[in-house]
Design a protein around this ligand. Structure first.
Ligand code: FAD
Length: 277
């Protein structure tokens, strides 16, 4: 199977120890030769320096890297400053998001939606950046309706996004149904499925509640039945996620984007199985 269009996401480490662990994980994942690594950005700018530092380390190691950039809580000037900083370091790729402010963090920002951020980036920097945006095959949790969410996705593409990465999901049909609707709207940018390896049951349930990802009942029950047996959780998760990836790629997905959670083992195991298929 062709692994050429696979990419891998990290979050910026919060401590020197985390940074060391990430360097080790990254060294292993770099051997897979991903198309690029991306690094998340804390809404409200909480991890802004960590995002840039991590991206610069990756670029320095000879790999392509994309910082994420969220607009919630920011002003036009603060985003302009960040874009100029990215340009001054020769960064050519971005993942542009609205972001979610932690509760109690205050409000809004000058750009309300990711579509407005993409429009702003294009107005400020022209074609300098390759821009990815987020897509939601299982519908964004705050959307008024699936149709509305789809129109809002279309707005991001019309504003100048080059490609999209999806929120993670475990139901391939949700992706295929989304892609049918996207193509009926005449949108032809690549929409790359976001893949969340299953490593830890409690963490997966917590994230999925927050972002609206559905864990199929049979997968949830099976994972719960393993209790603290983390080896069984990982082995079962590897089978489920590899089969999901195989179905997605066989059905025409243009690549895969792995949410690595800064760990190498699970992403590597899925990747190697796919490469052998
Ligand atoms: P938008 O596209 O702006 O959509 C947000 C909501 O507003 C949706 O419900 C949409 O339907 C609605 N909407 C959009 N436009 C309009 C409009 N004009 N009128 C009315 N409603 C509208 N978060 C971070 O903080 N940092 C990260 O680094 C990060 N990386 C991510 C990477 C990926 C690949 C994904 C899928 C998500 C990531 N997130 C990140 C989470 C993301 O910020 C949240 O899902 C957030 O709630 C929505 O961001 P968005 O860019 O999709 O927003």
């Amino acid at each position: 199977m062709n692994t050429q269009n696979f990419s891998i996401e990290f979050y910026p480490p919060k401590s020197a120890e985390g940074a060391d662990k990430l360097r080790i994980a990254r060294g292993k994942l770099a051997q897979l030769d991903p198309k690029y690594f991306s690094v998340t950005f804390g809404a409200g700018g909480s991890t802004q320096q960590g995002t840039l530092d991590t991206v610069l380390e990756i670029l320095g190691e000879g790999h392509d890297a994309a910082p994420h950039l969220s607009c919630v809580g920011g002003s036009r000037q603060s985003i302009r400053d960040i874009l100029q900083q990215f340009q001054s370091h020769g960064i050519r790729r971005l993942v542009a998001l609205r972001g979610d402010l932690p509760s109690g963090y205050g409000g809004g920002g000058e750009l309300r939606y990711a579509s407005e951020l993409v429009e702003f980036i294009r107005a400020e920097t022209g074609d300098w950046f390759h821009i990815e945006v987020a897509a939601y095959p299982e519908v964004h949790p705050q959307a008024r309706s699936p149709q509305d969410d789809l129109q809002n996705f279309a707005r991001k593409v019309q504003a100048g996004a080059d490609a999209a990465i999806t929120q993670y999901f475990y139901n391939a049909d949700a992706y295929f149904a989304f892609m049918d609707q996207v193509s009926k709207l005449g949108i032809d940018v690549p929409v790359v499925p976001g893949i969340m390896p299953i490593i830890n049951y409690t963490q997966l349930m917590r994230f999925s509640d927050m972002c609206g990802a559905e864990i199929p009942r049979w997968v949830r029950l099976k994972l719960a039945s393993y209790g603290d047996d983390s080896a069984s959780i990982k082995a079962f998760g590897l089978d489920v996620v590899t089969q999901l990836c195989e179905r997605l790629l066989a059905g025409g997905a243009p690549g895969l984007h792995f949410y690595s959670m800064n760990q190498a083992a699970a992403t590597t195991a899925i990747w190697q199985r796919l490469a052998k298929a």
